[in-house]
Design a binder for this molecule. Structure first.
Ligand code: AVJ
Length: 323
């Protein structure tokens, strides 16, 4: 048995969809956390976004991993690779290919909210790498990392937090989450962190509003999730997708904009609200980092950068850090 599935119990109570909707939707300023995008349809739409010509972060990170995986693996010589938000593990394959070439055979610990995609990907991985053992962990990583069934054998761990997902967190949340990761790290363990970088507004906004409309469909899919899970009657066609870069906060904001005034009923909450024409719901922030912001983020977490791999003209960065 080279594939085990662990369901990770939350360490602390996190608000559920009903609570987040009650807090975020009923009155302006309206917002919802981005984690509810990723039902099965949303996860598939996200994969389609990654293949659009406009959404450069996935390709940038894959290109970096192609180049630097061997250096990272040779440098850390991990006994374990832990990945937070592993998705379909596509990019992680570059690291395993490097492991194979170097004869270094870590155990893989992917952690993901949607177990199906993770388990399918893990099955494909163990078929391709005969030395690989996967300890798949399903759960919500924002509910705490303390309950992860991590190895206690003292082997070095390489922790991956890729895709620029740290940018989905507000600054204080990002600091707290990195501090939590650092608290799990023993001397010798390393963190490989992917961060999207500040760049021209046109490139950023296009990446979050692709011409084929996958990002718009991904954003609007949140309405389907709310309607299905909360007995809602939000009109999907009554909203349009909008992505704007806020320079001051250095972040992309994705919003759903009401096309006309209407009333929404959320049966599961026993609540209604009125939304005016042009009113917006903030559905995701995706922060973009300057060099100074990266330095600050690592410093506050108590991390020491051991390598920085920028893509192209600082389009995207992978940072390797130890505590
Ligand atoms: C997977 C969270 C990194 O913020 O760029 C892509 C999600 N949203 N297009 C990002 C996303 C819209 C993505 N992360």
């Amino acid at each position: 048995m080279r594939l085990a599935h662990h369901r990770v119990a939350p360490e602390r109570r996190v608000p559920d969809l009903a609570e987040d909707a009650r807090a975020g939707l009923l009155a302006p300023p309206r917002s919802m956390p981005p984690k509810y995008f990723y039902d099965e349809r949303g996860s598939r739409l996200f994969e389609a976004i990654c293949d659009t010509p406009e959404y450069y972060p996935t390709r940038a990170e894959a290109a970096l991993l192609t180049d630097v995986s061997e250096r990272v693996i040779a440098d850390i010589r991990p006994a374990h690779v832990v990945e937070l938000g592993s998705g379909n593990s596509h990019k992680t394959r570059h690291l395993f290919a490097a492991c194979e070439r170097l004869g270094i055979h870590p155990r893989y610990w992917p952690f993901e909210v949607s177990p199906q995609i993770m388990l399918d990907s893990a099955a494909a991985l163990i078929a391709d790498y005969d030395w690989l053992h996967v300890e798949a962990m399903s759960g919500d990583y924002t509910a705490g990392l303390g309950n992860l069934p991590l190895p206690g054998d003292g082997g070095r761990r390489l922790i991956l937090f890729l895709g620029g997902t740290i940018g989905n967190f507000e600054p204080a949340q990002a600091d707290a989450f990195l501090a939590e990761i650092v608290s799990l790290m023993a001397p010798g363990d390393a963190l490989l962190l992917g961060l999207d970088r500040v760049k021209d507004v046109a490139t950023l906004e296009a990446a979050y509003d692709d011409a084929a409309g996958y990002t718009a469909a991904f954003n609007k899919n949140l309405i389907n999730v709310i309607n299905r899970e909360l007995g809602g009657d939000m009109p999907v066609a009554g909203y349009r997708h909008r992505a704007v870069f806020d320079r001051t906060l250095s972040r992309i904001e994705m919003r759903l904009v009401a096309e006309y005034a209407h009333r929404v009923r959320l049966e599961a909450l026993g609540a209604d609200f009125e939304i005016a024409a042009g009113e917006e719901i903030l559905t995701e922030i995706s922060r973009k980092f300057s060099q100074e912001a990266i330095t600050g983020l690592l410093g506050r977490a108590g991390l020491r950068q051991t390598a920085h791999y920028p893509y192209g003209d600082d389009q995207y960065s992978l940072v390797l850090a130890v505590r």
